[in-house]
Design a protein. Structure first.
Length: 358
């Protein structure tokens, strides 16, 4: 990824202000009490301890939409193994990486901003699903009930790339369910209230490589956006670059990397399920002129057949009526994936399109 071409520059959003603020930072939460025990057991034996942890999750989700977790149960050696093999993959010649390149038929695999219609982001990527294959709708059309399977594309090199990635995503999947249960408890609901939505989940992992950028004042690693998913569990290296838009004043706050931690953010789905009690928050990634950066987001998604709408328990027709019309996650997901191959300036589907006018 060499010089920035005019199309890339034209697509950059809010170029004049790319400076984040070093301040306070997002909340840091210690999950050590859950790393070796079940949530159910602690709810019975240590109700106050769980109550305190749930309150931390609730406060962070409401005030920031983001938090970091430590002592989460995912082994650091496993994470470093994935990071090492990912670096080896991104170092191979482009023609080798393009052997597993994604397309309209299969949205999984390798891509970068030079060889897709997405010229906005200064990075290259490799995507793979947790469940392989994963079932999604054949088309985004509402009346088309046909389904299709998408399968992971694994490169021949590094030889242990696939094994490392599959082991890692299962470990983070386990953490994601724990976080989902804590969030459910924070709404005063049973811990497993959301679990049935994820029986055949469509979650996927993205390996991001951000090469050094010759003109960092003109580019972003990822432009400002919100995540359409339920939860994102992000591993980032020590280079940093993630910035979160603070809800209180709109300032962009730099997220300081903490060794072996994960950055968690509430996605659009939980915003809808919670009927806006929690909000999915904008974030972006700034690039570095000298150092490359790697990150690994795990996007925790429900099953393709799940209808997303405010939970009945969190809706009151008089005091807190439903703020969203229901939508099918699979169709929504397929529309988002298909938009990667459409013109850049076509408006992408967002949960705001399902907002009920007050």
């Amino acid at each position: 990824m060499g010089e920035i071409d005019p199309a890339f520059i034209q697509a950059i959003e809010h170029r004049p202000n790319l400076s984040g603020v070093e301040a306070g930072g997002i909340p840091l939460i210690d999950l050590s009490l859950l790393s070796t025990h079940s949530l159910e057991g602690y709810c019975i034996d240590h109700p106050q301890t769980i109550s305190d942890l749930v309150e931390e999750i609730a406060s962070a989700s409401k005030d920031w939409g983001f938090f970091q977790v430590i002592n989460h149960g995912v082994q650091p050696d496993l994470r470093r193994r994935v990071e090492t093999t990912a670096k080896e993959f991104f170092d191979v010649p482009l023609e080798e990486k393009r052997k597993v390149m994604r397309d309209e038929v299969n949205p999984l695999g390798y891509y970068d901003s030079e060889h897709t219609k997405n010229v906005r982001d200064w990075k290259e990527v490799f995507d793979f699903t947790v469940d392989d294959p994963t079932v999604i709708p054949l088309t985004p059309e509402p009346d088309d009930q046909r389904l299709r399977q998408i399968s992971n594309q694994w490169p021949d090199y590094p030889t242990d790339f696939r094994d490392a990635c599959e082991e890692y995503c299962r470990a983070v999947e386990k953490l994601s369910f724990k976080l989902l249960e804590l969030i459910s408890l924070s709404f005063g609901l049973p811990a497993k209230r959301f679990n049935d939505f994820f029986k055949d989940h469509t979650s996927f992992v993205r390996l991001n490589h951000y090469p050094p950028c010759p003109s960092p004042h003109l580019a972003l690693g990822v432009t400002r956006h919100k995540d359409a998913v339920a939860l994102t569990v992000l591993a980032q290296d020590d280079v940093g670059g993630l910035e979160v838009k603070r809800k209180t004043d709109g300032e962009w706050i730099k997220v300081k990397p903490i060794p072996d931690s994960f950055v968690i953010n509430v996605g659009d789905i939980i915003q809808v399920w919670s009927n806006d009690r929690y909000e999915s928050v904008e974030h972006r990634v700034v690039v570095n002129s000298e150092r490359e950066r790697f990150s690994i987001p795990f996007f925790f998604n429900p099953s393709h057949y799940v209808m997303i709408k405010p939970l009945e328990e969190l809706v009151d027709e008089e005091k807190q009526p439903a703020k969203y019309k229901e939508y099918n996650w699979g169709k929504f997901f397929s529309t988002k994936k298909l938009s990667n191959f459409k013109k850049l300036y076509v408006e992408n589907i967002q949960i705001i399109h399902f907002k009920i006018s007050e």
